[in-house]
Design a protein around this ligand. Structure first.
Ligand code: EPU
Length: 339
């Protein structure tokens, strides 16, 4: 096990923030993970876990030991005529798994193409896009419980999935390390999800029928046209969650702003409104503050033009939150994990 000291995290977070970890180790298998956990315990080091770094904002250096989960492997666990169960290591890149599924013509994750990050991080925040959330294809996951260092299995119910939410962000936050995830994908009779308007539009424009491959390509096309590529412009996708507000409050806003977009929320009596719209209405879209700012094509994305610190990005996020609270009386909560 190779533990590095005062390690730069710049290449390990898609915001490109030049924070450091006091101690850093990459683990590629279960044995190394246990060794790293034991090391942290022996040396009384607080532990931080990292996947692909695509949903984090480092506002300061990380004290203690930062463990990067980088185990690999995608195997068919079992299959029948209709379904295939694929076991994927937590350290695999999410989009590599999507491409593996698409190439094999297995259905279920094509709408989730080109989401940055690792497979292990995906169930933590129940990643979702273009009408599909990971919970639709999730079968179970394996994790190591930190307090006992033993393996635990979580089925779908145990994960308590919600909108960008799971038990791993709530009561089990920093309590377990996800090591393997099993997905159930379709082999035939796949029901395509083109309910998200733009997908159907792209298929029509290109004169393509819905297929796993074509939907994946349409989603990649839509994402590339709206969302900045973190390799070019540092960002972590949506910075905030779309707020779910009491429907009564929504109706008052709608009376004032009749064009306000809205969706059904998960909780009865609540309505979801797109944070991107609220932020744009406050005049933030495309606004630059020093080395960072709000993206010109998607107001929900905060970008690092180069050289911004995490604290500077956080200051922009707070200013955005304040504007939206003042104009609409709506509180925005970060979707990105801030350290
Ligand atoms: N909108 C604006 N201005 C903007 C951005 C959006 O008015 O600058 C409006 C759009 O016109 C539309 C609505 O807001 O009416 C929704 O916009 P969009 O379809 O772009 O999606 P979103 O709600 O902003 C969510 C996810 C994205 C996901 C897309 C597509 C969250 C926090 N974000 O964004 O996920 O790709 O839907 O399904 O739920 C991510 O989590 O990192 C992410 C990119």
């Amino acid at each position: 096990m190779f533990i590095q000291e005062n390690f730069s995290l710049q290449a390990h977070n898609t915001f490109g923030i030049a924070a450091q970890a006091r101690f850093f180790v990459t683990v590629t298998n279960g044995e190394m993970l246990l060794e790293a956990l034991a090391y942290a315990q022996q040396h009384h080091l607080p532990l931080t876990l990292l996947g692909g770094g695509s949903n984090v904002l480092f506002t300061k250096n990380i004290e203690g030991l930062l463990v990067q989960i980088a185990n690999k492997g995608m195997v068919v666990e079992k299959e029948d005529e209709d379904f295939v169960w694929v076991r994927v290591a937590a350290g695999e890149v999410w989009h590599d798994f999507v491409q593996f599924a698409v190439k094999n013509n297995w259905g279920g994750v094509e709408n989730l193409s080109l989401i940055y990050g690792t497979v292990g991080a995906a169930p933590m925040q129940n990643i979702g896009a273009y009408g599909v959330e990971i919970k639709a294809v999730f079968e179970y996951l394996e994790a190591i419980e930190l307090s006992t260092q033993t393996k635990k299995v979580f089925d779908k119910t145990a994960c308590q999935f919600g909108y960008r939410q799971s038990i791993f962000k709530q009561s089990l936050k920093n309590q377990v390390v996800i090591t393997q995830v099993v997905f159930k994908l379709t082999k035939r009779n796949h029901v395509f999800n083109t309910s998200y308007g733009a997908i159907q539009q792209v298929l029509n424009e290109k004169n393509l029928s819905p297929s796993i491959q074509n939907i994946s390509e349409a989603v990649i096309h839509i994402r590339q046209s709206k969302l900045p590529n973190p390799e070019v412009l540092g960002n972590a996708g949506s910075f905030f969650k779309n707020p779910e507000i009491p429907t009564e409050q929504f109706l008052q806003l709608q009376a004032q702003y009749p064009q306000i977009p809205n969706y059904a929320a998960e909780i009865a009596g609540y309505t979801k409104v797109p944070a991107g719209w609220l932020i744009e209405q406050c005049g933030w879209k495309g606004k630059k503050v020093g080395n960072c700012g709000v993206h010109k094509d998607q107001a929900l994305v905060i970008v690092n033009y180069g050289g911004a610190t995490g604290a500077e990005i956080w200051a922009v996020a707070e200013a955005v939150q304040q504007s939206v609270a003042e104009k609409f009386g709506v509180v925005l909560h970060p979707e990105v994990n801030c350290f």
